[in-house]
Design a protein around this ligand. Structure first.
Ligand code: KG4
Ligand code: ZN
Length: 337
């Protein structure tokens, strides 16, 4: 079976093909021009998806040595994400499915991330604890199978990636914030500053808005504006902030490791690309002697390989979606519960 995956939920256009179980293409075109606006401009994102999606599909077919009519299943992200951006990929996928008379699957982007560890050679084993850390979501899940996913907790305000992006902006680094904070943090002094880690009543929930405010207050109390912050101080703030985020994430992960007897742990989503987070999670998981799967960097950020994989699993479970399926901008709070 040859599966086509299409991802256009935010600022990455991605097309992937899984040919008879083997990932033969995962092409990702990132819209770097948003950085000059300090964040993603939805309308520009939709237009850029439109421009690149057909050439990307052609390249993916060439790379996979397939013709369009040899595709057996068409999967696309339906949400959550920017509605205009989602519309481009989803409508394109539905058009292809209709014209080729092939089945269509609408994939939940977060579910795509949840199972992205299965794209690695060393695959997770159920039951697994999965920490989703992306630009829009921070969710801790107990995943029993491809169809049984239980939410343990999630952020009550900002997502971890969102906090990286906001603090990056406060420091004048721009968008996307994660890689720039990581770079600055690598030159910071760990002892210079301490930022708070939120304590919440619910054992598996997260909160990052207080941390972001603490960084803002520190800057406002000490400097006239962002240009007045010395470079070393920016590096120290970046490091202290990153340490606080990692602490907040690993404390909850360790709590869950103590409570649930799982076979694997997986950390997924854009923030899982963070080098220090990967090292810290590895240390925690090692203590409990569990198998840890963090996808390679290519599969942490948004990619269509995870959409094709998730779509194929749904199809194998007997699911096919109608072409009237419409995109959705946010995750239903009941999802995963
Ligand atoms: O999963 P993703 O690509 O898109 C969403 O579904 O949201 O995640 C994007 C997020 C952004 O907030 C970005 O700043 C963050 O992932 N990110 C990182 C790193 N690389 C990307 N955060 C921390 N460290 C990184 N190295
Ligand atoms: Zn994502």
């Amino acid at each position: 079976m040859n599966v086509l995956g299409i991802e256009t939920s935010c600022d990455e256009t991605s097309i992937a093909i899984i040919r008879d179980g083997l990932l033969t293409a995962n092409l990702i075109s990132s819209q770097d021009f948003h950085s000059k606006f300090g964040g993603v401009v939805p309308e520009l994102s939709s237009r850029a998806h439109l421009q690149i999606i057909i050439p990307l599909l052609k390249n993916a077919l060439v790379k996979s040595n397939l013709k369009l009519n040899e595709i057996d299943l068409i999967c696309a992200t339906a949400g959550p994400g920017l509605i205009g951006a989602l519309l481009v990929g989803l409508t394109f996928a539905k058009g292809l499915a209709y014209s080729l008379s092939k089945p269509f699957i609408a994939v939940n982007h977060i579910e795509g991330h949840v199972f992205s560890g299965f794209l690695m050679a060393d695959k997770p084993e159920f039951p697994m604890l999965t920490l989703v850390v992306s630009g829009g979501h921070t969710i801790l899940l107990l995943v029993e199978s491809f169809t049984q996913v239980k939410k343990l907790g999630s952020t009550v305000d900002d997502a971890a990636g969102e906090a990286f992006d906001k603090v990056s902006k406060l420091l004048g680094f721009g968008y996307p914030g994660g890689p720039q904070i990581q770079k600055a943090a690598s030159k910071g002094k760990a002892t210079a500053l301490t930022f708070p880690v939120a304590e919440l009543k619910d054992p598996y929930n997260f909160s990052f808005s207080g941390l972001k405010t603490a960084v803002l207050r520190h800057i406002q109390n000490n400097y006239k504006n962002v240009d007045a912050i010395p470079e070393q101080e920016k590096n120290d703030i970046a490091l202290s902030f990153q340490i606080a985020v990692i602490k907040a994430l690993t404390i909850k992960l360790e709590k869950a490791l103590k409570e649930f007897d799982v076979n694997s742990v997986s950390v997924v989503g854009g923030v899982a690309a963070n080098h220090e987070l990967r090292i810290s999670v590895e240390k925690v998981v090692k203590k409990y002697n569990k198998n840890l799967v963090i996808p390679d960097l290519e599969y942490c950020g948004d990619n269509a390989a995870m959409i094709a994989f998730r779509g194929q699993k749904l199809f194998e479970a007997g699911i096919v979606h109608d072409l009237s399926y419409t995109p959705f901008p946010s995750l239903n709070p009941q999802h995963f519960s």
